[in-house]
Design a protein around this ligand. Structure first.
Ligand code: NAD
Ligand code: MG
Ligand code: MG
Ligand code: MG
Ligand code: MG
Ligand code: MG
Length: 332
């Protein structure tokens, strides 16, 4: 049975009674640090000397110290540096600064699930993973709303780790929207699968293939861009509000008929078989191993892919069109 938790189930005073270190000040880091502070929590940010993010965090009124100092001062340490370097940051700045009763927090289970960090037995190990990008986590909090979070306890040394994690989730607005209890394994595997097969990988490939098909058939790239990328937001907004049903209520009957008969010809049994293979490679650690190797090699293929897509006609067309629609930049 799914266990759901809201504001009434959480106790903000637990996290207000702790000293929190936020390591990293990127997408999630800034959102957690600022919202916890606004929730009355004692926050310090841990960043290396010379980090670009230092000026930003200080400018937003936060106290910044080195990652090791932050870990030493704090009794709740949230690790919000990129997943592939969390192991190194743990060895260099966290490990020797963990005391009995401290809590080690993550927003994604990657490094614990794939054994890149092995915490000692005397600390709580928790996850509070917002199901949305960091900038939305912050914006929703400021608007009195919240992004739903999933919360897990890997190790409960104190006996109160779940209540602590729920309290942290409340501090960033998560319990306003709803918190679901999960495990590090379930979060890591579903998150990696979701972003690869559907949210990032699946959608990017679908949009590019549709755009290329129209352009190769001689249609104007601008029309193809509107049809395959721009309109996607309108469709997804309706799905977000009311599922496939609401989207289908809004589109024409012709579009709905095309949806039913053509969708399964695009995403076929072969696609689903490949999705199962992708999930298998996530579960058996193949994806994690390859990603860490790529990262440690200096990201050669990552940068190649990034460059190729940046030069793609879809992107050059979109850049031009979005300039003519000034308001588009402000929407998330
Ligand atoms: P990011 O890339 O946006 O930011 C990383 C931050 O870490 C930067 O401020 C950088 O300066 C800092 N940093 C780099 N090296 C450091 C070091 N040695 N010591 C201290 N700080 C260092 O990262 P992100 O996307 O916010 O991801 C952080 C974590 O949150 C990851 O575990 C990720 O999987 C998880 N997560 C991210 C999102 C998201 O919205 N991006 C959503 C859910 C979970
Ligand atoms: Mg990023
Ligand atoms: Mg400490
Ligand atoms: Mg995700
Ligand atoms: Mg992810
Ligand atoms: Mg149409």
């Amino acid at each position: 049975m799914t266990e759901l938790f809201y504001d009434d189930d959480a106790d903000l005073s637990i996290i207000q009674g702790r000293k929190v270190a936020i390591l990293g000040y990127g997408s999630q880091g800034h959102a957690h640090a600022l919202s916890l502070r606004d929730s009355g929590v004692d926050v310090r940010v841990g960043l290396p000397e010379g980090s670009q993010s230092r000026v930003k965090a200080e400018g937003q009124g936060l106290r910044v110290v080195s990652p090791a100092e932050a870990a030493a001062e704090a009794d709740v340490i949230m690790v919000l540096v990129p997943d592939p370097i969390q192991g190194k940051v743990y060895e260099e700045s966290i490990k020797d600064n963990l005391k009995d009763g401290d809590a080690l927090f993550f927003a994604h289970g990657f490094t614990i699930r794939f054994d890149l960090i092995k915490p000692p037995a005397n600390v709580d190990v928790c996850m509070v993973a917002p199901k949305g990008p960091g900038h939305l986590v912050r914006r929703q909090y400021q608007e009195g709303r919240g992004v739903p979070c999933i919360v897990a306890v890997e190790q409960d040394a104190s006996g109160n780790a779940f209540a602590l994690a729920l309290s942290y989730a409340m501090g960033i607005g998560g319990t306003r929207a709803g918190v679901i209890k999960t495990t590090f394994t379930e979060e890591t595997e579903t998150d990696l699968f979701g972003e690869q097969a559907v949210l990032a990988g699946g959608v990017s490939a679908l949009v590019k293939a549709g755009f290329e098909t129209l352009v190769e058939a001689g249609y104007q790239p601008e029309i193809a861009y509107f049809e395959c990328l721009h309109e996607l937001k309108l469709v997804v907004d309706l799905m977000y509000e009311g599922g496939l049903e609401k989207m289908r209520w809004s589109i024409s009957e012709t579009a709905e008929w095309g949806d039913y008969v053509t969708g399964p010809r695009i995403i076929t049994d072969a696609t689903k078989a490949e999705m199962k293979k992708v999930l298998g490679e996530i579960q058996d650690g193949t994806f994690a191993r390859n990603w860490i190797n790529e990262y440690n090699a200096g990201l050669p293929r990552y940068n190649e892919y990034k460059k190729a897509d940046s030069d793609h006609l879809l992107e050059t067309t979109g850049r031009k069109l979005r300039q003519l629609m000034g308001w588009v930049h402000d929407e998330v």
